[in-house]
Design a protein around this ligand. Structure first.
Ligand SMILES: NC(=O)c1ccc[n+]([C@@H]2O[C@H](COP(=O)([O-])OP(=O)(O)OC[C@H]3O[C@@H](n4cnc5c(N)ncnc54)[C@H](OP(=O)(O)O)[C@@H]3O)[C@@H](O)[C@H]2O)c1
Length: 357
């Protein structure tokens, strides 16, 4: 098991343990040479045969490793997280469902053990992450097609590599795609201590954006506030503080946000809307409270607020590899952004993801 990394720095210990599923890889630092005649070996995998409560339907099984074909890559998994979408997928209430039986897990990092004769993009020893959701990362080893994988640098922290492809990319796209923000502009978000929320904080700080971060109250709120601030959060407020009358003066000292990122729904999202600048956009990407988003008529008529949604899987379907690069026009307002992102270990992931999808 590995510990908290830079990108996930503010996770609680209990959440960390919940997230970390697989970390077998450290035993296998050296990659085995490719051999077409290798005996099929057995691998361990967390498999579900039908949808339902993950605790009931997911089983640890031995699977046979497929033979490595010409365009295939044999990968030994090093680490894989458990994300909310993994759970939703097993429950059967996610927008994308694999054919059953399926191996759980959509994210993770593995090391290439061997490659087929026509594979050119990766070699034994390289680190790879899934190109898309649905790969089934909760297993010790697998044979994947080369196009299902993206090579990533192996000199970044293991846990950052294992969690690059979902939350940081979601955070980055939401910050770039909905409002043309400039350094000094502000962004408001709820569930700011979530994986996505922490990525938003770090990327926004690197972009020179000011963040108002809303979290649920808890006994150790100061500890959480300190941790989020250490990641780059400018303000950390509880849901209750956000509703207080004094919030009227809050945006005298900083610009009203033009972008709100909603992971929760219900009252929490209504509060975000209340603080958005006229014409601003609220992007909903999660519904942790399982409550609908409610906007008042006056917010729509007199403030002309825009309600949008974001889903990374759909975004990837809609964007060809050629259309993306870190030099997207949206970055032009942020001089030196690549240099600033590097210490976060984010630029590696973003550039890999953006150049591939
Ligand atoms: N649309 C996309 O492309 C996309 C991409 C990535 C993730 N997501 C979604 O984003 C959400 C967060 O994912 P994650 O991996 O960042 O999650 P995570 O790290 O597990 O964090 C979950 C967050 O939700 C909060 N939360 C849980 N139950 C809540 C409730 N009833 N009311 C208010 N807040 C609640 C938690 O706050 P506490 O600490 O107070 O419990 C925590 O901040 C999930 O819904 C996930 O599916 C969407």
């Amino acid at each position: 098991m590995w510990g908290c990394g830079a990108l996930l720095g503010a996770r609680t210990r209990s959440r960390l343990w919940r997230e970390v599923l697989v970390a077998w890889g450290r035993r296998w630092s050296a990659a085995a040479p490719y051999s077409a005649s290798a005996e099929p070996s057995r691998v361990r995998a967390l498999v579900y045969g039908h949808h339902g409560d993950p605790a009931k339907v997911v089983e640890l099984k031995d699977l046979e490793l497929a033979a490595v074909g010409g365009s295939d890559v044999h990968v030994r998994m090093l680490a894989a997280p458990i994300n909310p979408s993994d759970i939703n997928m097993i429950q059967g209430n996610y927008g994308l469902l694999p054919k059953l039986p399926a191996v759980g897990g959509n994210e993770g990092v593995g090391q290439v053990v061997a490659v087929g004769s026509s594979v050119t993009g990766v070699k034994p020893g390289d680190w790879v992450i899934p190109a898309n959701a649905g790969l089934g990362t909760w297993r010790t080893e697998a044979v994947f097609s080369e196009e299902a994988l993206i090579g990533v640098p192996s000199d970044i922290p293991l846990q950052s590599a294992a969690t690059l492809s979902v939350n940081p990319c979601t955070a980055y796209r939401m910050l770039m795609d909905f409002e043309q923000l400039q350094p000094g502009d502000s962004v408001i978000q709820n569930a700011s201590n979530s994986g996505v929320g922490q990525a938003v904080i770090q990327i926004a700080a690197a972009l020179g954006l000011r963040t108002v971060n809303v979290v649920r109250d808890r006994p150790d709120i100061q500890k959480l506030t300190d941790r989020l601030k250490s990641l780059g959060a400018e303000h950390v407020l509880t849901e209750e503080e956000l509703r207080k009358h004094e919030m009227k003066n809050f945006f005298k000292d900083m610009p009203q946000p033009r972008l709100a990122l909603n992971c929760v729904g219900g009252k929490s999202s209504t509060e975000l809307l209340r603080h958005l600048a006229p014409g601003g956009t609220m992007v909903t990407y999660g519904g942790m409270a399982k409550q609908p988003v409610i906007a008042s008529v006056s917010q729509l008529i007199f403030k002309d607020l825009k309600l949008r949604g974001f889903w990374l899987s759909q975004w990837k379907k809609d964007h060809s590899p050629a259309s993306l690069s870190m030099a997207k026009p949206g970055l032009s307002g942020f001089p030196g952004v690549q240099r600033q992102l590097l210490p976060l270990g984010v630029a590696h992931g973003l550039s890999c993801r953006c150049s591939h999808v």
